[in-house]
Design a protein around this ligand. Structure first.
Ligand SMILES: *Cc1c(COP(=O)(O)O)cnc(C)c1O
Length: 404
Protein backbone atom coordinates (compact mmCIF):
# COMPACT_ATOMS: atom_id res chain seq x y z
CA UNK A 1 0.00 0.00 0.00
CA UNK A 2 1.28 3.45 -0.90
CA UNK A 3 -0.01 6.25 1.31
CA UNK A 4 0.93 9.89 0.62
CA UNK A 5 1.40 12.27 3.55
CA UNK A 6 -0.99 15.08 2.70
CA UNK A 7 -2.61 15.22 -0.75
CA UNK A 8 -4.91 18.19 -1.38
CA UNK A 9 -8.68 17.64 -1.17
CA UNK A 10 -9.94 18.08 -4.73
CA UNK A 11 -13.50 16.96 -5.52
CA UNK A 12 -16.05 17.96 -8.20
CA UNK A 13 -17.12 21.06 -6.28
CA UNK A 14 -13.52 22.33 -6.22
CA UNK A 15 -13.04 21.63 -9.92
CA UNK A 16 -16.36 23.30 -10.83
CA UNK A 17 -15.48 26.42 -8.84
CA UNK A 18 -12.12 26.69 -10.63
CA UNK A 19 -13.72 26.17 -14.06
CA UNK A 20 -16.33 28.79 -13.20
CA UNK A 21 -13.50 31.24 -12.45
CA UNK A 22 -11.67 30.42 -15.69
CA UNK A 23 -14.87 30.91 -17.71
CA UNK A 24 -15.75 34.15 -15.93
CA UNK A 25 -12.99 36.11 -17.66
CA UNK A 26 -11.57 37.33 -14.32
CA UNK A 27 -8.75 35.31 -12.70
CA UNK A 28 -6.93 37.60 -10.27
CA UNK A 29 -8.24 39.30 -7.08
CA UNK A 30 -11.98 39.85 -7.45
CA UNK A 31 -15.35 38.25 -6.58
CA UNK A 32 -14.03 34.79 -5.56
CA UNK A 33 -11.60 36.33 -3.08
CA UNK A 34 -14.45 38.46 -1.71
CA UNK A 35 -16.62 35.33 -1.26
CA UNK A 36 -13.77 33.44 0.43
CA UNK A 37 -13.23 36.35 2.82
CA UNK A 38 -16.95 36.31 3.68
CA UNK A 39 -16.82 32.54 4.34
CA UNK A 40 -13.80 33.00 6.63
CA UNK A 41 -15.63 35.68 8.62
CA UNK A 42 -18.65 33.35 8.92
CA UNK A 43 -16.53 30.39 10.05
CA UNK A 44 -14.34 32.24 12.54
CA UNK A 45 -16.47 35.15 13.77
CA UNK A 46 -13.62 37.61 13.19
CA UNK A 47 -14.49 41.18 12.16
CA UNK A 48 -12.73 41.18 8.80
CA UNK A 49 -10.63 38.75 6.79
CA UNK A 50 -8.13 39.74 4.11
CA UNK A 51 -6.86 37.09 1.71
CA UNK A 52 -3.16 37.19 0.77
CA UNK A 53 -0.83 34.90 -1.19
CA UNK A 54 0.77 33.09 1.80
CA UNK A 55 0.97 33.00 5.59
CA UNK A 56 4.49 34.38 5.34
CA UNK A 57 3.52 37.44 3.31
CA UNK A 58 0.44 37.99 5.49
CA UNK A 59 2.56 38.02 8.64
CA UNK A 60 5.07 40.41 7.03
CA UNK A 61 2.21 42.69 6.07
CA UNK A 62 0.89 42.75 9.64
CA UNK A 63 4.36 43.45 11.09
CA UNK A 64 4.90 46.29 8.61
CA UNK A 65 1.41 47.68 9.28
CA UNK A 66 2.28 47.68 13.02
CA UNK A 67 5.58 49.49 12.28
CA UNK A 68 7.92 46.69 13.41
CA UNK A 69 11.52 47.30 12.36
CA UNK A 70 15.19 47.25 13.40
CA UNK A 71 15.71 47.28 17.16
CA UNK A 72 12.32 45.69 17.83
CA UNK A 73 11.83 42.21 19.28
CA UNK A 74 9.15 39.70 18.34
CA UNK A 75 8.66 36.65 20.56
CA UNK A 76 8.15 33.33 18.77
CA UNK A 77 8.26 29.69 19.90
CA UNK A 78 11.43 27.75 19.03
CA UNK A 79 9.22 24.90 17.83
CA UNK A 80 7.49 25.95 14.61
CA UNK A 81 7.95 26.22 10.88
CA UNK A 82 10.67 28.83 10.17
CA UNK A 83 8.29 31.27 8.47
CA UNK A 84 7.17 32.31 11.97
CA UNK A 85 10.62 33.83 12.55
CA UNK A 86 11.61 34.64 8.96
CA UNK A 87 8.81 37.21 8.66
CA UNK A 88 10.42 38.98 11.64
CA UNK A 89 13.88 38.93 10.06
CA UNK A 90 12.41 40.32 6.81
CA UNK A 91 11.28 43.39 8.77
CA UNK A 92 14.76 43.90 10.22
CA UNK A 93 13.56 42.99 13.73
CA UNK A 94 14.87 40.29 16.09
CA UNK A 95 13.02 37.02 16.72
CA UNK A 96 13.25 36.08 20.41
CA UNK A 97 12.64 32.36 20.76
CA UNK A 98 11.01 30.71 23.76
CA UNK A 99 10.52 27.06 24.63
CA UNK A 100 7.23 25.21 24.29
CA UNK A 101 5.10 22.98 26.50
CA UNK A 102 4.78 19.24 26.15
CA UNK A 103 1.58 19.84 24.12
CA UNK A 104 3.74 21.76 21.57
CA UNK A 105 2.20 25.19 22.28
CA UNK A 106 4.20 28.19 23.50
CA UNK A 107 5.11 28.10 27.20
CA UNK A 108 3.34 31.16 28.71
CA UNK A 109 5.79 31.37 31.63
CA UNK A 110 8.82 31.41 29.35
CA UNK A 111 7.02 33.94 27.19
CA UNK A 112 6.49 36.26 30.15
CA UNK A 113 10.21 36.10 31.05
CA UNK A 114 11.19 36.98 27.47
CA UNK A 115 9.27 40.28 27.36
CA UNK A 116 11.44 43.44 27.30
CA UNK A 117 10.93 47.15 26.50
CA UNK A 118 11.71 46.24 22.90
CA UNK A 119 8.96 43.58 22.56
CA UNK A 120 6.39 44.73 19.99
CA UNK A 121 4.64 41.53 18.96
CA UNK A 122 4.21 37.94 20.18
CA UNK A 123 3.51 35.21 17.62
CA UNK A 124 2.14 32.09 19.34
CA UNK A 125 1.72 29.06 17.06
CA UNK A 126 -1.23 26.66 17.15
CA UNK A 127 0.82 23.57 16.35
CA UNK A 128 -1.11 20.65 14.84
CA UNK A 129 -4.39 22.58 15.14
CA UNK A 130 -4.44 22.96 18.93
CA UNK A 131 -4.83 26.56 20.12
CA UNK A 132 -2.37 28.13 22.53
CA UNK A 133 -3.55 29.24 25.96
CA UNK A 134 -4.76 32.59 24.64
CA UNK A 135 -6.69 33.75 27.72
CA UNK A 136 -3.40 33.45 29.65
CA UNK A 137 -1.33 35.14 26.91
CA UNK A 138 -3.84 38.00 26.53
CA UNK A 139 -3.88 38.40 30.33
CA UNK A 140 -0.07 38.74 30.37
CA UNK A 141 0.10 41.47 27.70
CA UNK A 142 -2.73 43.43 29.36
CA UNK A 143 -1.07 43.35 32.81
CA UNK A 144 -0.22 46.87 34.10
CA UNK A 145 3.52 46.22 34.62
CA UNK A 146 3.78 44.76 31.10
CA UNK A 147 1.75 47.56 29.49
CA UNK A 148 3.85 50.23 31.23
CA UNK A 149 7.06 48.82 29.75
CA UNK A 150 5.66 48.92 26.20
CA UNK A 151 7.45 51.63 24.19
CA UNK A 152 5.34 52.60 21.15
CA UNK A 153 7.29 53.81 18.11
CA UNK A 154 4.61 53.93 15.39
CA UNK A 155 1.05 55.29 15.10
CA UNK A 156 -0.49 51.78 15.29
CA UNK A 157 1.68 50.84 18.30
CA UNK A 158 0.54 54.04 20.00
CA UNK A 159 -3.08 53.26 19.16
CA UNK A 160 -2.93 49.72 20.63
CA UNK A 161 -0.78 50.78 23.58
CA UNK A 162 0.51 47.28 24.30
CA UNK A 163 2.17 44.23 22.73
CA UNK A 164 0.25 42.89 19.72
CA UNK A 165 -0.71 39.22 19.69
CA UNK A 166 -0.43 37.82 16.19
CA UNK A 167 -1.49 34.17 16.06
CA UNK A 168 0.27 31.82 13.69
CA UNK A 169 -2.85 29.82 12.89
CA UNK A 170 -1.36 28.13 9.82
CA UNK A 171 -2.68 24.85 11.29
CA UNK A 172 -5.72 25.88 13.27
CA UNK A 173 -8.60 27.03 11.06
CA UNK A 174 -11.71 25.42 12.54
CA UNK A 175 -10.19 24.86 16.02
CA UNK A 176 -11.67 26.29 19.22
CA UNK A 177 -10.67 27.50 22.68
CA UNK A 178 -13.83 27.25 24.82
CA UNK A 179 -16.31 28.78 22.41
CA UNK A 180 -13.83 31.06 20.70
CA UNK A 181 -12.83 30.15 17.16
CA UNK A 182 -9.33 30.30 15.79
CA UNK A 183 -9.35 33.60 13.93
CA UNK A 184 -11.02 35.58 16.70
CA UNK A 185 -9.02 34.56 19.79
CA UNK A 186 -6.38 37.31 19.56
CA UNK A 187 -5.79 40.76 18.00
CA UNK A 188 -4.82 39.38 14.61
CA UNK A 189 -4.70 35.81 13.30
CA UNK A 190 -3.04 34.64 10.12
CA UNK A 191 -4.09 31.40 8.39
CA UNK A 192 -2.10 29.54 5.75
CA UNK A 193 -3.80 28.00 2.72
CA UNK A 194 -0.61 26.33 1.49
CA UNK A 195 -1.19 23.05 -0.40
CA UNK A 196 -0.75 20.84 2.69
CA UNK A 197 -3.00 22.83 5.04
CA UNK A 198 -6.57 21.93 6.10
CA UNK A 199 -8.03 24.38 3.57
CA UNK A 200 -5.87 25.22 0.58
CA UNK A 201 -5.73 27.70 -2.27
CA UNK A 202 -2.49 26.03 -3.57
CA UNK A 203 -0.60 28.97 -2.05
CA UNK A 204 -2.38 31.53 0.09
CA UNK A 205 -3.33 32.83 3.47
CA UNK A 206 -5.73 35.11 5.28
CA UNK A 207 -5.36 37.86 7.88
CA UNK A 208 -8.22 37.87 10.39
CA UNK A 209 -8.79 41.10 12.28
CA UNK A 210 -10.17 41.15 15.76
CA UNK A 211 -8.65 44.40 17.04
CA UNK A 212 -10.10 45.97 20.19
CA UNK A 213 -12.35 49.03 20.28
CA UNK A 214 -9.38 51.40 19.90
CA UNK A 215 -9.54 50.38 16.23
CA UNK A 216 -12.16 50.30 13.52
CA UNK A 217 -11.48 46.89 12.00
CA UNK A 218 -13.04 47.84 8.65
CA UNK A 219 -10.68 50.84 8.39
CA UNK A 220 -7.66 48.62 9.17
CA UNK A 221 -8.90 46.02 6.67
CA UNK A 222 -9.05 48.70 3.96
CA UNK A 223 -5.54 49.86 4.87
CA UNK A 224 -4.12 46.32 4.88
CA UNK A 225 -5.78 45.69 1.53
CA UNK A 226 -3.82 48.69 0.19
CA UNK A 227 -0.70 47.17 1.78
CA UNK A 228 -1.37 43.95 -0.17
CA UNK A 229 -1.71 45.78 -3.51
CA UNK A 230 1.38 47.99 -3.83
CA UNK A 231 -0.34 50.77 -1.86
CA UNK A 232 -2.45 51.38 -4.95
CA UNK A 233 -5.74 53.13 -4.24
CA UNK A 234 -7.68 51.18 -6.91
CA UNK A 235 -7.50 47.42 -7.39
CA UNK A 236 -7.27 45.81 -10.84
CA UNK A 237 -10.95 44.79 -10.75
CA UNK A 238 -12.16 48.36 -10.17
CA UNK A 239 -9.66 49.74 -12.65
CA UNK A 240 -10.87 47.32 -15.32
CA UNK A 241 -14.31 48.98 -15.36
CA UNK A 242 -14.84 51.45 -18.22
CA UNK A 243 -13.53 54.90 -17.38
CA UNK A 244 -11.80 53.71 -14.21
CA UNK A 245 -8.25 54.03 -15.40
CA UNK A 246 -6.78 56.68 -13.08
CA UNK A 247 -5.07 55.56 -9.84
CA UNK A 248 -2.55 56.70 -7.28
CA UNK A 249 0.16 54.90 -5.25
CA UNK A 250 -0.25 56.09 -1.66
CA UNK A 251 2.80 54.40 -0.08
CA UNK A 252 5.34 51.66 -0.81
CA UNK A 253 3.11 48.65 -0.18
CA UNK A 254 3.76 44.96 -0.84
CA UNK A 255 2.29 42.89 -3.67
CA UNK A 256 0.81 39.89 -1.90
CA UNK A 257 -2.84 39.68 -3.02
CA UNK A 258 -4.57 36.37 -3.68
CA UNK A 259 -5.79 35.59 -7.22
CA UNK A 260 -9.44 34.50 -7.76
CA UNK A 261 -8.20 31.35 -9.47
CA UNK A 262 -6.61 30.26 -6.18
CA UNK A 263 -9.47 31.53 -4.03
CA UNK A 264 -11.87 29.29 -5.99
CA UNK A 265 -10.17 26.15 -4.60
CA UNK A 266 -10.41 27.37 -1.01
CA UNK A 267 -13.94 28.65 -1.50
CA UNK A 268 -15.23 25.22 -2.55
CA UNK A 269 -13.35 23.61 0.36
CA UNK A 270 -14.46 26.00 3.09
CA UNK A 271 -18.10 25.42 2.07
CA UNK A 272 -17.55 21.70 2.83
CA UNK A 273 -15.26 22.28 5.79
CA UNK A 274 -17.64 21.09 8.50
CA UNK A 275 -17.72 17.65 6.88
CA UNK A 276 -13.96 17.70 6.22
CA UNK A 277 -13.36 18.35 9.94
CA UNK A 278 -15.56 15.39 10.86
CA UNK A 279 -13.48 13.15 8.57
CA UNK A 280 -10.21 14.43 10.09
CA UNK A 281 -11.56 13.71 13.57
CA UNK A 282 -12.55 10.20 12.45
CA UNK A 283 -8.95 9.50 11.44
CA UNK A 284 -7.51 11.00 14.66
CA UNK A 285 -9.87 8.86 16.75
CA UNK A 286 -8.94 5.73 14.89
CA UNK A 287 -5.26 6.46 15.63
CA UNK A 288 -6.08 7.19 19.28
CA UNK A 289 -8.04 3.92 19.61
CA UNK A 290 -5.05 1.99 18.34
CA UNK A 291 -2.14 3.80 20.01
CA UNK A 292 -3.82 4.24 23.40
CA UNK A 293 -3.25 0.51 23.87
CA UNK A 294 0.48 0.77 23.19
CA UNK A 295 2.61 1.61 26.23
CA UNK A 296 5.34 3.12 24.05
CA UNK A 297 3.05 5.61 22.30
CA UNK A 298 2.39 9.16 23.48
CA UNK A 299 -0.85 10.47 21.98
CA UNK A 300 -1.29 14.08 20.85
CA UNK A 301 -3.99 16.23 22.51
CA UNK A 302 -6.98 16.39 20.20
CA UNK A 303 -9.34 17.74 22.84
CA UNK A 304 -9.06 18.85 26.47
CA UNK A 305 -11.14 20.85 28.98
CA UNK A 306 -10.81 24.05 26.94
CA UNK A 307 -9.73 23.11 23.47
CA UNK A 308 -10.92 21.28 20.40
CA UNK A 309 -8.26 20.66 17.76
CA UNK A 310 -8.99 20.81 14.03
CA UNK A 311 -6.62 17.83 13.60
CA UNK A 312 -4.28 19.35 11.07
CA UNK A 313 -1.48 16.99 12.15
CA UNK A 314 -1.45 13.77 14.12
CA UNK A 315 1.78 14.28 16.04
CA UNK A 316 2.55 10.89 17.55
CA UNK A 317 5.50 10.66 19.92
CA UNK A 318 7.30 7.53 21.07
CA UNK A 319 8.37 7.36 24.72
CA UNK A 320 12.05 6.92 25.58
CA UNK A 321 13.61 6.94 22.13
CA UNK A 322 16.47 8.96 20.70
CA UNK A 323 16.43 11.14 17.62
CA UNK A 324 18.48 8.47 15.82
CA UNK A 325 15.97 5.74 16.68
CA UNK A 326 13.13 7.97 15.45
CA UNK A 327 14.97 8.56 12.17
CA UNK A 328 15.45 4.80 11.74
CA UNK A 329 11.73 4.25 12.39
CA UNK A 330 10.85 6.76 9.68
CA UNK A 331 13.15 5.03 7.21
CA UNK A 332 11.52 1.74 8.06
CA UNK A 333 8.00 3.12 7.77
CA UNK A 334 8.79 4.73 4.42
CA UNK A 335 10.00 1.36 3.12
CA UNK A 336 6.44 0.07 3.73
CA UNK A 337 4.99 2.78 1.51
CA UNK A 338 3.72 5.07 4.26
CA UNK A 339 4.82 8.72 4.05
CA UNK A 340 5.30 10.26 7.46
CA UNK A 341 6.92 13.51 8.51
CA UNK A 342 8.41 15.40 11.43
CA UNK A 343 6.81 18.65 12.65
CA UNK A 344 9.06 20.44 13.24
CA UNK A 345 12.84 20.67 13.27
CA UNK A 346 13.19 23.33 16.00
CA UNK A 347 14.42 26.56 14.42
CA UNK A 348 17.67 26.74 16.45
CA UNK A 349 18.77 23.54 14.65
CA UNK A 350 18.55 25.20 11.20
CA UNK A 351 21.54 26.90 9.59
CA UNK A 352 20.08 30.40 9.28
CA UNK A 353 19.29 30.55 13.00
CA UNK A 354 22.44 28.71 14.13
CA UNK A 355 24.42 31.34 12.23
CA UNK A 356 22.56 34.03 14.20
CA UNK A 357 23.64 32.40 17.47
CA UNK A 358 20.49 30.55 18.60
CA UNK A 359 21.32 27.36 20.57
CA UNK A 360 19.06 24.31 20.74
CA UNK A 361 20.37 23.64 24.28
CA UNK A 362 18.22 26.57 25.44
CA UNK A 363 15.01 24.87 24.29
CA UNK A 364 14.99 21.42 25.93
CA UNK A 365 11.26 20.71 25.52
CA UNK A 366 11.33 21.73 21.86
CA UNK A 367 14.19 19.30 21.31
CA UNK A 368 12.52 16.52 23.29
CA UNK A 369 9.25 16.94 21.35
CA UNK A 370 11.09 16.95 18.06
CA UNK A 371 13.37 14.00 18.76
CA UNK A 372 10.48 11.61 19.52
CA UNK A 373 7.91 12.92 17.03
CA UNK A 374 6.46 11.26 13.93
CA UNK A 375 3.57 12.99 12.12
CA UNK A 376 1.17 10.43 10.65
CA UNK A 377 -0.92 11.02 7.53
CA UNK A 378 -4.26 12.65 8.38
CA UNK A 379 -6.77 13.86 5.79
CA UNK A 380 -10.42 13.33 4.87
CA UNK A 381 -9.71 10.94 1.98
CA UNK A 382 -7.99 8.32 4.22
CA UNK A 383 -9.98 5.10 4.50
CA UNK A 384 -10.33 2.93 7.61
CA UNK A 385 -8.24 0.25 5.89
CA UNK A 386 -5.46 2.70 5.12
CA UNK A 387 -5.38 3.93 8.72
CA UNK A 388 -5.25 0.30 9.90
CA UNK A 389 -2.29 -0.27 7.61
CA UNK A 390 -0.50 2.84 8.90
CA UNK A 391 -1.06 1.75 12.51
CA UNK A 392 0.34 -1.73 11.98
CA UNK A 393 3.24 -0.33 9.96
CA UNK A 394 4.20 1.94 12.87
CA UNK A 395 3.85 -0.87 15.40
CA UNK A 396 5.87 -3.34 13.30
CA UNK A 397 8.61 -0.81 12.78
CA UNK A 398 8.84 -0.06 16.51
CA UNK A 399 8.86 -3.74 17.47
CA UNK A 400 11.41 -4.67 14.85
CA UNK A 401 13.84 -1.91 15.79
CA UNK A 402 13.39 -2.30 19.55
CA UNK A 403 14.17 -6.03 19.15
CA UNK A 404 17.45 -5.32 17.38
C1 LIG B 1 2.84 26.33 6.70
C2 LIG B 1 3.24 27.14 7.85
C3 LIG B 1 3.58 28.50 7.73
C4 LIG B 1 3.82 29.15 6.40
O1 LIG B 1 2.72 29.18 5.58
P1 LIG B 1 2.90 29.70 4.07
O2 LIG B 1 1.47 29.93 3.64
O3 LIG B 1 3.57 28.60 3.32
O4 LIG B 1 3.70 30.97 4.09
C5 LIG B 1 3.79 29.25 8.87
N1 LIG B 1 3.73 28.70 10.10
C6 LIG B 1 3.43 27.38 10.26
C7 LIG B 1 3.35 26.83 11.66
C8 LIG B 1 3.21 26.56 9.15
O5 LIG B 1 2.98 25.26 9.32
Amino acid sequence: MNIPFSPPFINDQVIEEVIDTLKSGWITTGPKVKSLEEEIVKLTNCHNALCVNSWTSGAMLVLKWFGVGPGDEVIVPAYTYSATALCVLHCGATPVMVDVLEDFTMNPNKLELAITERTKVIIPVDIAGLLCNYPHIMEIVNRDNIVSRFTPASPKQLQLGRILILSDAAHSIGAKYDNINSGSATDITVFSFHAVKNITTAEGGAICLNLNDKFNNQVEYDLMRLWSLNGQNKDAFTKSKAGGWRYDILFAGLKVNMPDLCAAVGLAQIRQYKQLLIERLRVAKQYNDFFSHKKWAQLPVIQDDNRVSCNHLYALRIFNITEEFRDLMIENIAASGVSVNVHFIPMPMLTVFKDLGYLIENYPTAYDNYSREISLPIYPQLTTEQVDYICSTIENSYNRLIGE
